[in-house]
Design a protein around this ligand. Structure first.
Ligand code: 13P
Length: 250
């Protein structure tokens, strides 16, 4: 039985003050949750404070990115060990915004997954097709290419240490969610592809869905057999919305 996971990706939003209020509200509401695993991924600069605020709660801390290198002269970068140091358990890797806006290639994403594992972090590996790729009917080929780059670098045992998040680019921040059936199809495909390497791991690894998940569509998405929770952007900035999504995963 795979435990459902709901992670909030705040992206580059908020301030110190509203981060504090948001965490407080999420913490209060999440105290009722017994089954779902909950993760908050604030911007780097707020990690320490949010981590301190989460101490004693069951909510885990995650970062939104990390450097593929372990330390040294990499101005502006943050190492996995530093994220561990401030209390992170998870780190988002290869988000489509990193891939498209900051030029992260499949190979770099794979190196970042390796760096996360090396630091003892659980990577949340994001992958998914653009609208153009979906219209060209190459959704599976794109997902396969993105997944295979990581499998080639860290192996299926490495992948098993983290979580996969299917995030169709056309559904991110657009209010246009993949239908449960559309998402399920890709999730099942990813699981089959992982099963070709190791069926046990494929059965155990969690595959999250991300892309305009809201309180009113979360339950039908999470009811699909291969959807093990969500990676939530916009709705994670509102405690009520985020908690309702967590409740749907319960
Ligand atoms: P939205 O939920 O805002 O569509 O963002 C999804 C996402 O990119 C989570 O990483």
């Amino acid at each position: 039985m795979r435990r459902k996971l709901v992670a909030g990706n705040w992206k580059m939003n908020g301030s110190r003050k509203n981060a504090q209020a948001l965490v407080e509200a999420v913490k209060q509401g999440a105290a009722r949750l017994k089954h779902v695993e909950t993760v908050l991924c604030p911007p780097f600069v707020y990690l320490s404070e949010v981590g301190a605020q989460l101490a004693g709660s069951a909510i885990l801390l995650g970062a939104q990115n990390l450097c593929d290198k372990t330390e040294g002269a990499y101005t502006g970068e943050v190492a996995g060990t530093m994220l561990r140091d401030v209390g992170c358990s998870y780190v988002i890797v290869g988000h489509s915004e990193r891939r498209s806006l900051y030029g992260e290639t499949d190979e770099l994403v794979a190196l970042k997954v390796a760096a996360a594992l090396g630091a003892g972090l659980k990577p949340i590996l994001c992958l998914g097709e653009t609208l153009q790729e979906r219209e060209q009917n190459i959704t599976e080929a794109v997902a396969a290419r993105q997944l295979d780059a990581v499998l080639k670098t860290v192996g299926v045992e490495g992948l098993a240490q983290g979580v996969v998040a299917y995030e169709p680019v056309w559904a991110i921040g657009t209010g246009r969610t993949a239908s449960p059936a559309q998402a399920q199809e890709v999730h099942a495909y990813l699981r089959r592809r992982i099963a070709a390497h190791n069926a046990t791991i494929a059965g155990e690894i969690r595959i999250l869905y991300g892309g305009s998940v809201k309180a009113d569509n979360a339950a039908e998405l999470f009811a699909m057999p291969d959807i093990d929770g969500g990676l939530i952007g916009g709705a994670s900035l509102h405690a009520g919305q985020f908690l309702a999504i967590c409740q749907a995963a319960e």
